[in-house]
Design a binder for this molecule. Structure first.
Ligand code: 8NA
Ligand code: MG
Ligand code: MG
Length: 346
């Protein structure tokens, strides 16, 4: 489609739900043979299966809050978003939230709370969370704001409601930027896509706060996301790369640093057909299948990769059968159209 077309918006939000719902099956599994992944995906084709049999988890629950808040407030409203997160958690606490973030969500429910960012700052003895919970819900910011500086700023603030460590919120900034660029058709030139992300993250990670967090508290590289993105570039330049290498170079865990660059790699790697994936699969199906085969935090990695890939391939690339099986996919499709209108109005 044309850049920033409606189909890309719908693809991004629907494929994110798909990744979450389909990936839930393998969350936390150490090893997931590709054969098992393909069996699971084949099962979705079964006509006798009911609709919405695969439930969404925290990834989609929180993404829906971001979407509703952006639409209702016609932009970013921290009080409103914080309230929605708290309400959603208390209504459905069993969606598989991270064990730390639950404390924040309970505090955000308090009517006495003055600073909505304070509960997140108090996490992990004041270090803040470095989990991928901010990144997993970052896609809607790219679908609401057409300008990159807005995407970066609001993805960051939206993540800071639960993730105050730079390794947490910068993961959200990176994920939102990847969706933003994909929406513009930037994945047609993969080398330029990854270079652009590195350039942008150089600036983001050059901020004082980020340098302090990583150097003094967590002993990571000076610009950890940039370092990982360089590894992504090295891996995509190679003809053959094993699942084990991807896991050891990029990770598959619940830290944003060990999952956002991984999700980006999944999308880039699956731009071409691969001999271990069915020939009948298009790029979007390849991306989801490949994300699951990495194991670890499969729902979240597939959710993030799904958003980026969906923005590239568009909603036509989403198999109808898969979509039908996933709770919340229909809602995501409708909300994407509303975000498309907001994006073109702001
Ligand atoms: P979070 O903020 O609770 O972070 C997730 C986990 O990361 C925490 O529970 C800690 O174990 C660890 N962590 C984060 N920051 C620090 C720190 N500064 N010091 C020490 N440990 C830290 O929740 P979140 O929203 O970031 O979590 C997102 C992930 O958890 C998603 O993948 C989501 O699906 C969920 N989840 C994952 C699994 C799994 O097995 N991979 C299981 C259940 C839930
Ligand atoms: Mg989840
Ligand atoms: Mg997860």
């Amino acid at each position: 489609g044309t850049p920033a077309s409606m189909s890309r918006f719908r693809g991004a939000l629907v494929a994110a739900v798909l990744g979450d719902c389909v990936g839930g099956e393998f969350e936390g599994a150490e090893e997931v043979p590709m054969e098992t992944v393909l069996q699971h995906l084949n099962g979705l084709e079964d006509e006798t299966k009911g609709n919405c049999v695969l439930e969404y988890s925290d990834d989609t629950a929180m993404t829906r809050c971001v979407v509703q808040s952006l639409l209702n407030r016609s932009g970013y409203d921290q009080q409103d978003l914080a309230r929605r997160f708290a309400k959603e958690y208390s209504a459905s606490p069993g969606r598989g939230y991270g064990s730390g973030v639950i404390q924040v969500l309970k505090k955000l429910a308090s009517p006495q709370l003055v600073d909505v960012y304070q509960p997140a700052r108090d996490q992990f003895n004041g270090r803040g969370s470095f989990g991928n919970g901010g990144a997993m819900r970052a896609a809607p910011f790219a679908l609401a704001f057409p300008n990159l500086p807005d995407v970066k700023r609001f993805a960051c603030l939206g993540a800071m409601l639960t993730h105050s460590c730079s390794l947490g919120y910068n993961g959200a900034v990176l994920q939102a930027m990847a969706v933003h660029l994909s929406l513009q058709g930037a994945l047609c030139l993969p080398q330029q896509f990854i270079s652009r992300l590195i350039t942008e993250m150089e600036e983001v990670e050059g901020e004082e706060e980020a340098l302090r967090d990583v150097v003094f508290l967590l002993k990571e590289a000076e610009k950890p996301f940039c370092e990982r993105l360089h590894r992504v570039r090295d891996l995509m330049d190679r003809n053959k790369v094993s699942i084990e290498e991807v896991i050891s170079e990029l990770g598959n865990g619940i830290a944003a640093l060990h999952s956002v660059p991984t999700a980006i790699f999944c999308v880039l790697h699956c731009l071409q057909p691969r001999d271990y994936l069915p020939e009948s699969y298009g790029g979007l199906e390849r991306t989801i299948a490949y994300s699951l085969a990495l194991g670890g935090d499969t729902d979240t990695i597939a959710c993030m990769a799904g958003a980026i890939a969906g923005a590239h391939y568009g909603v036509e690339a989403v198999p109808q059968r898969w979509m039908r099986c996933c709770e919340g996919a229909e809602d995501a499709d409708m909300n994407a159209a509303r975000l498309h209108a907001l994006y073109h109005q702001t």
